[in-house]
Design a protein around this ligand. Structure first.
Ligand code: C2E
Ligand code: MG
Ligand code: MG
Length: 704
């Protein structure tokens, strides 16, 4: 029994020795590993670390025991039973950083229950640095490629395009997204094949086989069909083992070599303050964007953006702060722009934003509003908060299908509109309205020229007494002797110059001309009164009376009472009190008045009573109807009665037939004017007409 116990004890002791040997070995094994090891329980708390851990992360093992793994910025393995790795970056006290990959694997107890994780750290600082340097170099290369004026295209070993810089996109007409993956020969096409090559596809092959390929002058075909004279260099790209992996093609537009040299400099294409593209670069971008919009059937929004009250910021905070604000604005605009957009500074506080590849106008407006709200966010500049807003004018291509520089002008016009109508808003250029404004403007210019070139004439239409046959006078009516279109009526003049200063100029010319004519007739013994039509706008000029007086004085031989001014009844009703006082002032000079087109203005008796016009002229539309329209007859009858009641003279215009004349006489209206008596005629024909009229009038009714 004692033997048995002795043997058992010895065997236990041996097992214990073996286990402790095992443990000691395991310990040595872990400690001898060069990689830091972290053993965690199932809660992620440290059970043990090895020597390498102590060495790399500092502190003896007992300080680590019990610490949670997440205190090191490492989350616990997300899924039990799986090996996971993740990268961590630690900042060291000396401001350096270290990058590690932490690989953690689960471990279990002997019976298979999950017990925790064993993690190791692998130092990847070196690899990370190399990667970052490479990335930075790549970005630098991309920025360089983007900012140089030379076109650069790289291809893979099969001649498929891998990269294409902005200059190359502009020269070929292909955007990066369209060009990448295509065969070089499809994008980079020559007008004439180089002598050494037979087919277009041969070009790519040639490049791959030769070491360096150079050509002084070739004609490149832009996607639009335009031709560019270029020179290019092509070289194969070789990998580390010397195998050709692709080719790089560098080319430049030599259409104007000198211009190109200027373009090549960064400063010639960029705005020094903000680093944005300048006007020159924008012009290229805009041409390209217009072409792309046409190709893609998409819309292009050309946004002209101007900061509101920027001068105030300069005045209040100084130019330096103003400059910083402009830089901030530039940064926000650049951040806003997508790959299809472009941003440029035009100078001052004016920027241009091109919104490419837009589906509709609403989308453009929505994006412009976004920019507006982003720019309206406060600016932290020089320890102070500044606020700025902007106004945006937008021209949309191809709805506004004009040349690029006109698009910019239209956007600018719209921007001015946005400023005028309150700022901090967008305004879309209205193509339709511009067209109308433009044609009206051209037409007005033409009318002004007609006045200057003495193309206007006055025609005279007689007014007579139907009963006595007496010639009372003439109405002066404007005509335009147009060099190409012939004789034009006043409807080709007045509607175009409505409510403009030109109405006054033409009106004064008519007055002067009529007075001169009256002087001539008076001198010849014919004291005919002349009626001149006065446009409402002209009559409402504050200095009308003064000017009329001055004009009357140019012909002192003519008694002012022989001049009658015809004012449309409708115009006279607009402001009766004012009209009354104006008419009275003119009457004080001796001039008389007629209310023209009477009956169309629906004036009431009380109004008419207050207007001191000596004569009422019944509108021709009613006269025309008196023969067979009972209503017209009633109305004309009423007007004649009204005139009699107010002791005004009444004259009928548009008297065309004997029937008109007969009815008017029956109704008590003796004065008349109309084609039936005479059509308007040039002044020199009037004396002859008067002679023959008197002759005929002696035989009653012969005038019709
Ligand atoms: P209005 O003052 O009522 O002039 C009469 C218009 O009727 C004239 O047309 C005349 O040619 C036309 N007319 C005369 N008798 C007859 C007729 O029997 N039958 C028909 N169908 N028409 C007749 P016009 O010369 O074309 O002038 C049209 C209007 O233009 C004038 O209407 C007047 O309002 C305006 N206008 C003409 N000259 C001047 C001007 O020098 N200054 C201003 N402000 N307006 C003018
Ligand atoms: Mg008239
Ligand atoms: Mg009339």
């Amino acid at each position: 029994m004692a033997d048995k116990i002795q043997t058992l004890v010895m065997s236990l002791q041996q097992t214990q020795r073996q286990q402790s040997e095992q443990l000691h070995f395991t310990r040595q094994l872990i400690d001898s590993l060069p990689l830091p090891v972290f053993v965690a329980d199932s809660q992620g708390r440290c059970l043990d670390v090895n020597k390498a851990w102590e060495h790399h992360l500092g502190g003896p093992a007992h300080q680590w025991v019990g610490q949670p793994i997440h205190a090191l910025g490492i989350p616990m393995a997300a899924q039990a039973g799986r090996t996971e790795s993740r990268e961590v970056r630690w900042s060291l006290e000396d401001h350096r950083t270290q990058d590690w990959t932490y690989i953690q694997a689960p471990f279990t107890t002997a019976n298979g229950t999950a017990a925790g994780t064993i993690g190791t750290l692998i130092d990847i600082t070196e690899r990370k640095r190399a990667q970052e340097t490479l990335q930075a170099e790549k970005e630098r290369a991309q920025v360089t490629l983007a900012s140089i004026g030379d076109g650069v295209i790289t291809t893979d070993m099969h001649g498929r395009i891998e990269t294409i810089n902005e200059a190359a996109q502009l020269m070929t007409g292909y955007q990066a997204t369209q060009a990448i993956g295509r065969l070089l020969d499809e994008v980079f096409r020559f007008f004439e094949e180089p002598m050494s090559l037979t087919t277009p596809s041969g070009f790519g092959r040639e490049l791959r086989s030769s070491t360096l390929h150079q050509a002084a002058q070739q004609v490149l075909i832009h996607r639009s069909g335009e031709h560019y004279a270029i020179e290019y260099t092509a070289a194969p790209i070789q990998d580390g083992e010397g195998t050709t992996a692709g080719c790089v093609l560098v080319f430049r537009d030599v259409t104007e070599t000198r211009e190109l040299r200027e373009k090549l400099s960064w400063h010639a294409r960029h705005d020094a303050l903000t680093g944005l593209h300048n006007r020159v670069a924008l012009a290229e971008r805009l041409t390209h964007a217009v072409f792309t919009a046409r190709q893609n059937n998409s819309l292009l929004g050309v946004c002209m953006l101007d900061l509101d009250h920027f001068q105030r910021i300069n005045d209040q905070h100084g130019v330096r702060t103003g400059d910083r604000l402009l830089r901030e604005v530039a940064l926000r605009l650049s951040a806003f722009a997508t790959a299809s957009d472009a941003v440029a500074r035009m100078g001052g506080d004016e920027f241009v934003l091109l919104l490419g590849n837009q589906p509709d106008t609403q989308a453009i407006a929505a994006r412009a509003l976004q920019v507006l709200s982003q720019l309206a966010q406060p600016y932290a500049i020089d320890h102070q908060t500044l606020h700025a807003t902007a106004s945006i004018g937008i021209a949309v291509f191809p709805q506004d299908d004009v040349a690029p520089d006109t698009l910019l002008r239209h956007a600018d016009q719209a921007m001015c509109h946005a400023k005028r109508t309150g700022r901090n808003q967008i305004h879309l250029f209205d193509v339709q309205q511009d067209h109308e404004v433009q044609t009206l403007h051209t037409q007005q210019t033409r009318v002004a020229q007609a006045l200057h070139d003495a193309e206007f004439r006055l025609y005279y239409q007689p007014k007579i007494n139907l009963r006595t046959g007496e010639i009372l006078g003439m109405e002066a009516l404007l005509r335009w002797q147009h060099p190409e279109l012939g004789l034009l009526g006043p409807q080709h003049v007045f509607p175009l110059i409505d409510d403009t200063e030109l109405t006054v100029k033409v009106g004064e010319w008519v007055l002067e001309q009529a007075l001169r004519q009256m002087r001539q007739w008076t001198a010849a013994g014919q004291c005919w009164a002349v009626s001149v039509n006065i446009a409402a706008w002209h009559f409402h000029r504050p200095n009308f009376v003064e000017r009329l007086k001055a004009i009357l004085q140019t012909c002192p031989e003519v008694p002012p009472s022989q001049l009658e001014l015809e004012i449309l009844e409708s115009a006279a009703l607009e402001d009766v009190a004012y009209m009354r006082s104006m008419m009275q002032s003119c009457q004080a000079l001796g001039v008389r008045f007629a209310l023209d087109d009477f009956g169309t203005g629906f004036s009431s008796l009380s109004y008419l009573k207050r207007l001191p016009a000596e004569t009422i002229k019944i509108d021709q539309s009613f006269i025309r109807g008196i023969v067979d329209d009972h209503d017209d007859l009633t109305l004309v009858n009423a007007i004649i009665a009204l005139a009699a009641a107010l002791q005004r003279k009444v004259i009928a215009e548009g008297v065309e037939t004997q029937a008109h004349s007969d009815i008017l006489l029956q109704l008590g209206c003796e004065l008349a004017q109309g084609y039936g008596i005479a059509r308007p005629m040039p002044a020199e024909q009037v004396p002859e007409w008067a002679r023959s009229y008197h002759h005929q009038a002696s035989a009653p009714k012969a005038v019709f």
